[in-house]
Design a protein around this ligand. Structure first.
Ligand code: BV8
Ligand code: ZN
Length: 264
């Protein structure tokens, strides 16, 4: 992959790095994106289902959709794109991954320095007392209930609901200070997440977009890598590592993530 000198110099000099990911980074793990061709669930638009109104109107339908997504997730796992981002943490003094994804694949890939902007599908939350528990097995026709009698819901942020304040604060602060910002696998349509690259750019970050398609972020990007994240991220990781004089570490990480790719 040809990379401009400005990218390599930004990668060399940056003291802090922020990565924003969206559904596209989990596409190569076999999970449907929100807005791609495969993004629709049966004949419904996810955006009509991921709302508190849909849940109060028909909790059974919304639960069916989440159980279907949990089944997809159970058969899935992190791909080399997730692994490369987890490895990137150790290359910068300050690093933050802000994910819009709710699939938990970044944590399974080893990411630790991260915030979940939209919650996590592997947890349930009580609509009455707010208690959060690990997801319960599919109870068939019975809707999951809390010990307090309240109806459980997936612990995710729906459209029209506030993103967890602490996660957002951290993401805003780190983005404003980032020397390099990577927007990976996101259509850049959902707010307030889509404001992060804009804040980073305003703070002087070098902005990289990794996405096979152009998005509303493309115009502001200093570098658009028109490729799938599973292929591009290990390559970017190695080049960033080389630029930062971490040859051995970059190569070792890459072999590991390539091994993951061939499932060895
Ligand atoms: C809120 C969890 C207010 C559920 C999700 C301005 C300011 C503030 C809010 C708004 C605003 N304008 C509009 C709003 C409202 C709304 C919004 O942004 N609407 C959009 C659609 C216009 N925002 C909200 O409602 C947010 N809440 O603002 O509340 C508030 C404040 C205080 C008090 C009360 C209320 C909450 C938004 C969170 C919604 N929840 N998910 C669940 O998942 O079940 S969002 C959902 O979309 C997912 O999280 C998803 O990740 C996210 C964003 O989509 P992407 O990740 O970008 O995925 P997408 O499919 O769109 O794109 C995939 C991309 O990957 C594509 O570009 C594709 O080309 C690329 N790709 C494909 N394959 C690959 C690839 N890239 C790399 N490699 C590949 N292999
Ligand atoms: Zn409860």
């Amino acid at each position: 992959m040809d990379l401009p000198e400005e990218f390599l110099s930004a990668a060399r000099k940056a003291r802090s790095c922020v990565v924003l990911t969206g559904a596209g980074i989990s596409a190569e793990s076999g999970l449907a994106t929100f807005r791609g061709r495969d993004g629709l669930w049966r004949d419904r638009d996810p955006r009509d289902l991921a709302t508190p109104e849909a849940f109060s109107r028909d909790p059974k339908l919304v639960w069916e959709w989440y159980q279907w997504r949990r089944q997809q997730l159970a058969r899935s796992g992190p791909n080399p794109g997730h692994l490369a981002i987890a490895a990137m943490e150790g290359m910068f003094d300050s690093f933050l991954l802000a994910t819009q994804n709710v699939d938990g694949l970044h944590q399974r890939a080893g990411s630790r320095r991260m915030v979940e902007l939209h919650g996590n599908i592997t947890r349930d939350r009580c609509t009455r007392c707010g208690k959060v528990v690990p997801e319960k097995a599919d109870g068939g026709d019975e809707l999951p209930k809390c010990g307090c009698g309240g109806l459980m819901r997936p612990d995710v942020v729906w459209f029209g609901e506030a993103v967890p304040a602490e996660a957002l604060e951290t993401a805003w602060e780190e983005s404003g200070r980032a020397g390099i910002f990577l927007a990976v696998g996101t259509s850049g349509l959902v707010q307030p997440a889509a404001s992060l690259p804009v804040i980073a750019k305003r703070g002087g970050a070098y902005l990289v977009e990794v996405n096979p398609e152009p998005t509303p972020l493309s115009e502001a990007a200093d570098l658009a890598v028109r490729a799938a994240a599973g292929a591009a991220m290990p390559e970017l990781l190695e080049r960033i590592g080389l630029a930062r004089g971490m040859q051995a570490r970059a190569r070792e990480i890459n072999t590991k993530s390539r091994r993951c790719e061939n499932g060895t």
